[in-house]
Design a binder for this molecule. Sequence first.
Ligand code: PHE
Length: 341
Amino acid sequence: MLEELALLEQEIEKYHPTTTQELEDFRLKFISKKGIIADLFNKLAQLSSDEKRTLGNRLNIIKQRAQEKYKAEVIQLQTTTKKSIATTEDYTLPSPTDTLGTIHPISFLKTKIVEIFNKIGFNMVDGPEIEDDWHNFGALNFPANHPARDMLDTFFISQNPDILLRTHTSSVQIRIAESQKPPIRSISIGRVYRNETISARSHCMFHQVDGFYVNKNVSFAELKQVLSYFMSSLFGQNVKVRLRPSYFPFTEPSAEIDIDCRMCAGQGCNICKYTGWLEIMGAGMIDPNVLENCHIDPTVYTGYAFGMGLERVAMLLYQINDLRLFTENDIRFLKQFKAYT
Ligand code: PHE
């Protein structure tokens, strides 16, 4: 044991930690409760009382020495790091540039869409994400218990009265129409929620933009014109737009809007399911019942409405193949959008 102690003493003297990690290694190896010295103290118990006394004394001295050395090395390390900072810092250098954040593709698209519609006189309006049944369904001509409500898998927060997470941004248009007099020309953009399984192609939370125009003598031809202006501003002049008859409870007649597939230039691929067309938007003339629900006289005023999911468009514009990427906050994904800032 004597020899062991002599070696230990030497080892402690030789140790010169130069980093905080090495200093911590020193503490763990020699001083900590699980270190060599504590271990040797435990071993003393098995020795005779004479040996215990002499070796114990020696071990105590070594322990003290290790602690003193540790304290001294802590001070030493602090002063050398301070000194090295002081000597290496060059205050004449330009300050390091802050890493710039990037704009989320959905935020970017939102701004772009607002800009496009601002140019033709649409105001951006906002509304609550937690809605009542009337603004999300009732006023939009979804009668209670009507099967059309099954089109949208709703997250209910409470029942009687029914409070829910809005399933579309059309609810905001109702709030605006209730509180303003025509002419109304508004777009609402924001998050919507539907009880759907999360996968590469669907999500329980996504973004929509809704447009709404009410005035005297508004025609379907105007709707068509506004939509082709919007599509060509977003996708480029050469985009082809097609309208197909469809059904929404709040518009009559209703249409679904397709554009020629951006991935294959209309040739047919797995994204457009070999049709050459991509469904992108719902639209139509506002149902007279909806206008009445908002205290607007449908014999005097007509209007059109349209709605579109933002994620789908962002996926097409930036060739993104998984919807989940938008909400996962993976910095490797987000960083790629620097060019759009
Ligand atoms: N609100 C519809 C939806 O969520 C979209 C839409 C808006 C359709 C306005 C027609 C008119 O699918």
